[in-house]
Design a protein around this ligand. Structure first.
Ligand SMILES: Nc1ncnc2c1ncn2[C@@H]1O[C@H](COP(=O)(O)OP(=O)(O)OP(=O)(O)O)[C@@H](O)[C@H]1O
Ligand SMILES: Nc1nc2c(c(=O)[nH]1)N=C(CO)CN2
Length: 490
């Protein structure tokens, strides 16, 4: 957004010596050191005006925002020209770069070394045609005519729009050639692509810094995917999304997977997205509002006709080791017996008091794949309820005691946490079909070891329900990849 009262400033750039495109881009880069370049027109190849016996020009126009006053800006432009090797052997001589100040808001300046609007702009097609492209409605303050109208008057003769790019001949499309070894590949693509994406959460558009992995499959007959198309599709979609109502991370991933399948001509495309999401929470005892960040995960896969999607979360919590707690309890019981307490008294005392153990930060992951909408915020609560205790960024003393006490009353191994998650999912999502998918994972950063403890269950809700409700062990655990690729009716 333009700051209130800030004037729109337009510059023209021209070059007809050396690497003309490189020179204009270099000048724009230098300009960015003291101004914000808001818009740049296309590049135009133009007939020389004034002194004919010289090479054709490359011209462009840009709009900048700057806090430099006109005289300071002119000095800056001249300094850039000089820095880029501009000599002035005679008027209208060929030059690696020329930067003119066309318009500075509505200001009229007529000084010895600066005239604004630029005195010759209204008769120059190489200025007006690119200017009309980025600011047709702007009015020339002396002539009181719009740029579009001035451009129409001078016409486009001798001003030809050119594509930017390095000149090279693409004789071969290497990615489309046959590979030496004809094996198909399961997933090929880009990982760790970082982008700011916009999600309209409840009508309010919010920016998220997301990390994306984008994949397509590759047939045995093609040597490669089109890497650049992955991010092309992403940019287009990110733009389209900003104007749409209430999509979420999973639908972003879903549309992206569909667009990748189409753009790559792939039979299978997969998108994995992670973003940090702020959650408003309340501390347990002091009731203070705190904001916490959880990791939201969106995964989608498309075969061009059908798309499967998952929503997931990754949440940190606290787990207390049941094994160490049992050892401590046994030790304390003996101490009490040695002090003369009866067995009954010792057990009563130990039932009453919290028992020490080692505890650690655990990372729980829960993902659900279904056509039905599943809210990631709800999954956060399921994961937290499955550990010994949830954790908080900020705790007052009574809150701290609450967490420590709760955790020691609920000792859990990684296996317990995963099983709790499965049971809680069964409880909360009784209405989801058997074909829905669940991944529950817990990794504990053990405090008394250097290694981590890990447990995981993947499977369809049907498989999990058969075990939980009917006690029938399912020998096959449908994996995430299988579910994403396969038939959901299982
Ligand atoms: N609006 C303006 N933008 C840039 N330079 C200007 C402007 N008004 C006056 N000048 C003066 O013109 C001088 C010569 O400029 P320059 O050598 O770039 O001219 P040119 O590009 O060859 O010709 P033209 O001015 O017709 O584009 C600059 O040193 C500057 O002081
Ligand atoms: N086509 C074209 N002709 C010119 C140009 C220019 O940038 N493009 N600049 C000039 C002096 O500023 C003189 N003539």
């Amino acid at each position: 957004m333009r700051e209130k009262g800030r004037e729109r400033v337009f510059l023209s750039l021209g070059a007809n010596l050396g690497d003309r495109q490189g020179n204009i881009l270099q000048a724009l880069q230098f300009l960015s050191a003291r101004a914000v370049v808001k818009k740049v027109s296309s590049f135009y190849e133009t007939d020389p005006v004034g002194y004919d016996d010289q090479p054709r020009f490359l011209n462009a126009v840009c709009e900048v925002e700057t806090d430099l006053e006109p005289s300071g800006l002119l000095a800056f432009l001249l300094a850039i020209e000089k820095r880029m090797g501009r000599l002035r052997p005679f008027r209208n001589a060929p030059r690696p770069i020329d930067i003119d100040l066309l318009l500075y808001g509505d200001r009229l300046i007529d000084e010895a070394d600066l005239v604004v609007p630029h005195p010759r702009m209204a008769e120059r097609g190489f200025v007006l045609i690119p200017l009309a492209e980025i600011a047709p409605e702007v009015v020339h303050p002396l002539l009181d005519r719009s740029v579009a109208s001035l451009a129409r008057s001078v016409g486009e003769k001798g001003v030809d729009r050119v594509e930017r790019g390095l000149r090279f001949r693409l004789d071969r499309d290497v990615q489309q050639e046959s590979p030496r070894i004809a094996a198909s590949l399961t997933r090929v693509g880009v990982t760790n692509l970082e982008r700011v994406i916009r999600v309209t959460d409840g009508g309010r558009p919010t920016l998220f810094e997301a990390t994306l992995d984008l994949f397509a499959d590759l047939g045995p007959e093609r040597s490669g995917v089109h890497m650049s198309r992955f991010s092309d599709v992403l940019e287009e979609l990110a733009e389209a999304f900003s104007s749409e109502a209430s999509p979420d991370f999973e639908s972003f991933a879903e549309r992206l997977a569909e667009a990748i399948a189409a753009s790559q001509g792939a039979r299978y495309a997969q998108v994995r997205l992670r973003a940090r999401y702020p959650l408003e929470r309340m501390t347990p005892i002091s009731g203070r509002k705190v904001e916490e960040l959880a990791t939201f995960i969106g995964i989608a896969a498309s075969d061009g006709t059908r798309t499967r999607r998952l929503v997931g979360v990754e949440v940190d919590g606290l787990t207390v080791c049941p094994c160490a707690q049992a050892i401590v309890r046994g030790y304390e019981r003996q101490l009490l017996l040695d002090e003369g307490f009866s067995e009954e008294e010792a057990d009563r005392i130990l039932d009453l008091l919290p028992i020490a153990s080692h505890n650690q930060r655990g990372r729980g992951t829960l993902m659900i794949g279904a056509d039905e909408k599943v809210r990631a915020e709800h999954l956060v609560s399921i994961v937290e309820a499955s550990m010994s205790s949830e954790v908080y960024e900020l705790l007052k003393r009574p809150d701290e005691f609450f967490v420590v006490n709760k955790a020691h009353r609920n000792p859990r191994f990684v296996e317990d946490v995963v099983r709790e998650m499965l049971s809680n999912v069964g409880l909360v999502y009784g209405d989801l079909p058997d074909g829905a998918f669940v991944l529950a994972r817990q990794e504990n950063l053990e405090s008394i070891h250097r290694h981590n403890a890990y447990a995981e269950r993947q499977g369809t809700l049907g498989e999990i329900r058969r075990e939980l409700n009917e006690g029938i062990e399912t020998s096959h655990h449908t994996s995430l990849e299988e579910w994403l690729r396969g038939d959901r009716s299982s």
